[in-house]
Write a protein that binds this ligand. Sequence first.
Ligand SMILES: O=C(O)[C@@H](CO)OP(=O)(O)O
Length: 189
Amino acid sequence: MKYVILIRHGESYTNRNGILSSELNRYRLTEEGIEQARFTGEQLNGLKFDGIISSPILRAVETANIINQYLNLEIKTDNRAIESDFGEYNGKRIVDIPDKSRDELGMESFESQTSRMIDLINSYTGNYIVVSHSFPIRCVLANYLKLGEIESFGLDIRHASMSVINVEKEKILAIGSLLLSPEIRKIFK
Ligand SMILES: O=C(O)[C@@H](CO)OP(=O)(O)O
């Protein structure tokens, strides 16, 4: 890819209920999450992309379809953009998860998520929107910022926010933005 806009899905019932879930078809977007996705679609309206790639998880696919109402592109699902694998903690409330490292908890590692997301980005040519999840997006940004898991802990990726990367120059142009600057909009005209 030349440029990528990484978008976290809108608020879903996993977030509303404080649950970690990588189940494919269980948790939909909330009304708020639908509105968030619509707002992001409006920001992207009229801009040109080579396609939308989405995590196969329902909340991401719903977000991609709402955004695509403004873009009318082909949407591809790609497992490399999927949510973290939470292991035995899949479906559990965040408050009930012991305060241990991901490795100790048997969850998918920071490195695994980083490499699958970078692999996805490097396997498409052109400018794409990628709809994914908070942690995988944080992994990509940390990669370009040359930060590790602990050092990038503060990267809080809001629902339906846009993080923009010039992939060829390995340069982050925006992190977790709800709007696009005129300079960034020009790239996709
Ligand atoms: O549950 C969360 O906090 C994140 C973790 O990646 O998932 P999602 O972005 O799907 O809400």
